[in-house]
Design a protein around this ligand. Sequence first.
Ligand code: SAH
Length: 210
Amino acid sequence: MNGEYARERRLMTDSQIRARGVRSPLVLAAMNKVPRHLFVPEGLRSQAYADEPMPIGDGQTISQPYIVAYMTEALGLVGGEKVLEIGTGSGYQTAILAEMAAEIWTVEIVEKLALRARDILDGLGYGNIRYRIGDGSAGWPEAAPFEAVIVTAAAPRLPEALEDQLAVGGRMIVPVGTDLQELVLVRRGNKGVARKRLLAVRFVPLVKAS
Ligand code: SAH
């Protein structure tokens, strides 16, 4: 079984990710290592390595593998970073980050998803992840600053609270927009932030705490 998934994973990494231009050896190694089939609902395991997003319950989705790789590469991780993730979801993106950086601080608003993700990530032995259940829109101010911030649900406007939690030299990747969304890369330098639009995307919206 595992051998079969390993073959599918290699094929995914080569044909969906490397072939589309992702070059970071760290990203490619993580994508080739993390068992994505464990993060999708059991009934969908046979399609876990397909070139598409997938439902994970509660109206949420696990992102397409290429988008996970693309967003991760944009963070420019080299190892050793403290990373904030908003939208734990299945925990798959969290695992990719945990392979590459020192500490991952992840926030999820749907308790059921957060608990499920934590179970899987604990089971895989990731000990460098901190979990919080709640609204991630305000980030995790007590733990700031972060060298990298990744938001995996669409923000209606650029989230300035999260920009403020970026370390100097840090990067944030976030889908911005409602119907039409694009990935925005924010870099904090000594003199403030630079923002760059990268790619049109489609994410579920960030929800507000009720
Ligand atoms: N990175 C995830 C993708 C999850 S989809 C994965 O690889 O599976 C986006 C996630 O963001 C959903 O799980 C959703 O519940 C969560 N989310 C939405 N609004 C949020 C908010 N305000 N704070 C924290 N998490 C939020």
